[in-house]
Design a binder for this molecule. Structure first.
Ligand code: NAP
Ligand code: GLV
Length: 309
């Protein structure tokens, strides 16, 4: 029995020594050297080439090397009968919350304006609210959204979360569905997107949604690039409809040279680093899940393919 590992060359170099140490009972095949495909029962993958998983006739479990699994569902040849495990790692959750807290604080404390003032050597104070007066809305109130929400709440921000199914979570205003979205948007001075990319959430961050936010709201997208209608962002910023946008994810990654997002004064771009997979913790989580699966025990965090996340 063998496990296929496929990720970027840099990630593969980081994972390779850990896997042999943590899972000595398994033989690892590192893509593209997969050997006999019939021997592979488990696959640990990030953005596998389309058709790769379908070429493994005895595959029993697909372990995504990230929290989001849209990269797997995009494969038209994905073997739909094979269960998919997504990565839920508290280390990664903490990282995302740090990122969200940092970016919400930057928008809240008018960091873009002060950076511009510094470049122009302008020493001038701006009117500033407290966090308690700056409601934050989080689209996607799951593992990452709720943790980020708790940490923003601890900083004093009123936090509301939007999810697909209704929830009651002490300390938060929670919303679900289309009506719920309107209510959340109406009061979100900073909007954070931590949604999975699915047919229902694709292009959700668009001009129509921006128009339902309070004028001058800030946006943080750490979900997926496909959530944002990119052509709608700069017009919304230039019109003052939005005051700033932080993008950790974009439709084409890396963001192409010369893309207007690189140089727009009210856009902060980071290279999809909000919550990177952390091999030392992730490898142990996946090892335990594979052991449970192999023993026929229930495994947490299996994806619901019908919902797309
Ligand atoms: P999760 O636990 O599955 O949470 C997803 C949340 O989105 C849930 O609250 C879910 O609602 C909600 N949702 C899904 N479809 C919806 C819809 N149509 N309408 C309203 N809400 C909807 O996932 P997670 O672990 O928090 O991860 C979320 C996403 O973050 C990932 O899929 C990935 O795209 C992104 N991510 C980005 C990075 C990065 O570095 N930038 C790192 C990790 C993850 P229910 O609660 O009702 O199911
Ligand atoms: C990263 O984007 C992930 O989904 O883990």
């Amino acid at each position: 029995m063998a496990i296929l590992f496929r990720s970027t060359p840099a990630a593969t170099a980081r994972w390779r020594p850990l896997l042999g140490e943590l899972m000595p009972e398994h033989e690892f095949r590192f893509w593209p050297e997969i050997g006999d495909p019939a021997a592979i029962e488990y696959a640990m993958v990030w953005q596998p080439p389309p058709g790769l998983l379908a070429s493994l006739p005895n595959l029993r479990l697909i372990c995504g090397l990230g929290a989001g699994i849209d990269h797997l569902l995009r494969d038209p040849e994905l073997p739909r009968h094979v269960p998919i495990l997504r990565l839920v790692d508290p280390y990664m959750t903490d990282a995302m919350s740090e990122y969200v807290a940092l970016q919400v604080l930057r928008l809240h404390r008018q960091d873009l304006d002060y950076l511009a003032q510094q470049r122009a050597q302008i020493w001038e104070e701006r009117e500033q609210k407290n966090g308690a007066e700056r409601p934050v809305g989080i689209l996607g109130f799951g593992t990452l959204g709720q943790d980020a929400g708790r940490k923003l709440h601890a900083l004093g921000f009123p936090v509301a979360g939007w999810s697909r199914t209704a929830k009651e979570i002490a300390g938060f205003a929670t919303y679900a569905g289309a009506d719920g979205l309107d209510a959340l948007l109406a009061k979100s001075e900073i909007l954070v997107c931590l949604l999975p990319l699915t047919a229902a959430t694709e292009s959700i961050l668009n001009a129509g949604l921006f128009a339902r936010l309070p004028r001058g709201a800030g946006l943080v997208n750490a979900g997926r690039g496909g959530h944002l209608v990119e052509a709608d962002l700069i017009p919304a910023l230039d019109a003052g409809r939005l005051s700033g946008a932080v993008l950790d994810v974009v439709r084409e990654e890396p963001l192409p040279a010369g893309h207007p997002f690189w140089s727009h004064p009210r856009i902060i771009v980071t290279p999809h680093i909000a919550a990177e997979t952390h091999p030392p913790t992730a490898a142990a989580i996946i090892r335990d899940a594979i052991r449970r699966f192999a023993a026929g025990q229930p495994v947490a965090n299996l994806v619901d393919p019908a919902q797309g996340y």
